[in-house]
Design a protein around this ligand. Structure first.
Ligand code: NAP
Ligand code: SF4
Length: 679
């Protein structure tokens, strides 16, 4: 494809590396998917990457592959020709799909995060997030780890990769040599920074010597590790220059360790929040640099490149969310991009739970050989009742396949629960999902009937072949004495702003919605997701002065809520334990800093003029609340389906109407997409 798109001149500009060219500035960043380890995973990985390659991405970096057994957390290893041969499926598929697309394999040595008994590190320092301490490497051990990295790169070359990315960030092995709290050595590999970076530099020098000059060698550094006492700016620059001298082709910048207490990819992080750090490093080194994190639309990528922050932009999750991201950008169809909302719910949360990665907004991600939206030969007339996440996903897939779809929505806008989510500070990305579905309704010519409550008589009269009931949920009303008291309000009314909220608030139910409501009513001022200065102040990051780790000595500026808020649940488990693995801690930390109280193991007794009476540990407690918000889950709304069945009409339930318990947008979109692919 030519760079004839004037909207994204920088993004679509080729990058000449001397011995080869990357055809544009977009990179699909590394993301472990779980396909690497599963039976038949390489076939599926081949299809997953080939689809992205065919749609104009410039370069792909695979998920992390371990160079040896001590680096493996039960995951894939590349240490032999036999293992290299398996990867041929992937490299051949990508190069066949698009001969001008590069694919590099990421070499990931987790070091003290491998969570196996043989795991190694420069010193026996247990990570906050690891089960046990690693084994300290002796000199021979260090030489072995270096050799294994080199061998891994050689095997990747044999497997047909165009290059490798060596990860030296995130709290993985190489990065633990670079930071004083994890490197306590006093030999050639510890003490001075020159010694501390020796391990990284020797890996690069020896790898370059082994693979030759015409092989892409990317090194990923933590350009701001968000660690108290982490790397200083001077050390990062010293490392960057030394890596360049040692023979890297490209430096990739990363912004955290897994154990850091600053969110760097969650939806509450502003778009492109960290690229200025890459920009500063770019001025210091002579090789191209990659930036990343929360770059989820082409205009964001273009702006980053235009202001000189980077030579290349890495997008991992946005390429899960939409395999055609770059094609749509080139063709001026960016309003059709299914945007990554940075929820982590189906990608990183899955990874950390040992489940296969996919995407909340795109269940086809990593399922390219299983879930396909084939054109239909026998088009049906389908009514979809309810334009929430499930109804929208069903209507889009069915219409895309060629069915004639009419979408009924009782309210004046599409979106259902997404319309509540988008108003929560830090969840503004849901606007993009609504933009996407609105556009899909136009593209696939779905007949949208807003302000229309579909009923059996009307549906029957219209003669639809099939009805999809995606009528969603109704909030659950708990059986508590005094529940009809005037101070009791539903979360829907609070989020919509139709009922006032007082100064002393009790929230019944601490699921995702209880947390969302707490965020909404404890928040003051601009959303941090929309303003990098606000975000930096809230999380204690100093972008200007870049103290060690970006955070050392910087106190988060917390605005305490002027409300007295208590979030309650009956379960004895920790409040918020059911939230996403990679994002739950950010919500708990934010609310705790704002002074929101959290109580578990409570029993609700009654509500009266005095407030909410509960028992905790069998002891009576009165919460003198003037507002009590009910966030106690939902029940399905299925009446229409029952009535259709009585009339003998063909209908199916989907989303919250099918199963409200534990329902979220991920499950709703997933279920709807599979159903619509099958009809
Ligand atoms: P939920 O996650 O099921 O939580 C419902 C809460 O209400 C629980 O804390 C539960 O705790 C309590 N509860 C249930 N029945 C009750 C009763 N009869 N009386 C009093 N309390 C009761 O539901 P949700 O918060 O409404 O969220 C709905 C779905 O959307 C969930 O799947 C959620 O994960 C998803 N969501 C996700 C996010 C996110 O950020 N990932 C945000 C919003 C919503 P006890 O039973 O212990 O009291
Ligand atoms: Fe993005 Fe959420 Fe999809 Fe992950 S699951 S790729 S964060 S939209």
């Amino acid at each position: 494809m030519q760079n004839d798109n004037m909207k994204y001149p920088k993004l679509l500009e080729p990058l000449d590396l001397g011995f080869t060219t990357i055809k544009n500035r977009s990179i699909m960043g590394s993301m472990h998917t779980g396909l690497e380890e599963m039976d038949g995973g390489f076939e599926r990985m081949a299809a997953y990457f080939a689809e992205r390659a065919a749609n104009n991405i410039g370069m792909i970096i695979t998920g992390g592959i371990a160079p040896n057994a001590e680096a493996s957390a039960g995951g894939a290893i590349m240490s032999s020709e036999e293992e290299a041969a398996k990867h041929r499926l992937v490299t051949d598929a990508v190069h066949e799909a698009a001969p001008d697309v590069k694919i590099c394999m990421q070499i990931l040595h987790p070091g003290p995060l491998a969570n196996n008994r043989a795991m190694v590190a420069p010193s026996a320092v247990r990570s906050r997030i690891a089960r046990h301490a690693p084994n300290e490497l002796d000199k021979a051990g260090i030489r072995k780890q270096i050799d294994d990295h080199v061998n891994c790169a050689l095997m990747a070359q044999k497997a047909g990769y165009d290059g490798v990315e060596i990860i030296g960030s995130a709290g993985y092995l190489i990065s633990t040599f670079l930071v004083r709290k994890t490197n306590l050595r006093d030999d050639d590999y510890g003490g001075s920074f020159e010694n501390m970076m020796r391990f990284a530099i020797e890996i690069v020098e020896k790898t370059r010597a082994a693979v030759g000059e015409d092989f892409i060698l990317i090194f990923r550094i933590a350009a701001m590790d968000m660690l108290d006492g982490g790397m200083s700016w001077e050390e990062i620059v010293t490392l960057g220059k030394a890596l360049e001298k040692a023979g890297v082709t490209i430096i990739s910048t990363h912004f955290t360790w897994h154990e850091s207490a600053v969110p760097t990819i969650a939806t509450m992080v502003p778009r492109a929040a960290f690229t200025s750090v890459t920009g500063r490093l770019r001025k210091e080194v002579g090789v191209p640099v990659i930036t990343s994190n929360r770059i989820n639309m082409p205009d964001v990528a273009e702006a980053v490149l235009a202001r000189g922050d980077a030579d290349l932009v890495s997008m991992a999750r946005p390429l899960l969310a939409d395999s055609e991201f770059m094609r749509k950008a080139v063709e001026g169809r960016e309003d059709e991009i299914n945007t990554c909302i940075a929820c982590n719910q189906a990608c990183l949360d899955h990874t950390f739970m040992g489940k296969l990665t996919t995407c909340l907004v795109n269940p086809r991600a990593c399922h390219e050989t299983i879930l396909n939206y084939e054109p239909v030969t026998d088009a049906k007339r389908i009514a979809v009742v309810g334009a929430g996440p499930a109804g929208l996903a069903y209507a889009t897939v069915a219409a895309q396949r060629g069915h004639a779809v009419t979408l009924f929505e009782a309210s004046s806008e599409i979106g259902g629960q997404f319309n509540l989510a988008k108003t929560i500070p830090g969840k503004e990305e849901f606007y993009e999902t609504l933009r996407y579905f609105n556009r899909m309704i136009e593209v696939h010519e779905i007949d949208l009937c807003l302000d229309t409550r579909a009923d059996v008589a009307g549906l029957k009269a219209e003669g639809f072949d099939h009805v999809i009931v995606s009528t969603g949920i109704k909030p659950r009303t708990p059986d508590i004495e005094g529940i009809d008291h005037e101070k009791v309000v539903s979360y829907i009314d609070v989020i919509k702003g139709v009922r006032p909220v007082g100064k002393k608030v009790a929230i019944i139910g601490a699921g995702g919605i209880g947390f969302d409501v707490s965020e909404l009513i404890s928040h003051a001022g601009v959303s941090g997701a929309l303003d990098r200065d606000v975000f930096a102040a809230e999380w204690g990051v100093d972008f200007e002065n870049h103290p060690r780790g970006g955070v050392t000595g910087v106190e988060p500026k917390v605005v305490k809520s002027d409300r007295e808020i208590t979030l309650l649940q009956r379960k004895d488990s920790r409040v918020g334990a059911g939230l996403g693995k990679t994002t739950g801690w950010t919500h708990r930390m934010t609310l705790t800093r704002r002074g929101v109280g959290m109580m578990n193991g409570v029993e609700y007794v009654k509500i009266d003029d005095d407030g909410l009476h509960i028992l905790q540990g069998g002891q009576p407690v009165l919460l003198e609340a003037d507002t009590i918000i009910i966030c106690a889950g939902q029940d399905p709304l299925r009446e229409l389906h029952d009535d259709l069945q009585k009339e003998g009409m063909s209908s199916e339930l989907v989303g919250g109407a099918f199963e409200a318990m534990e329902l979220d947008a991920k499950a709703a979109i997933n279920q709807a997409s599979y159903m619509a692919a099958a009809i």
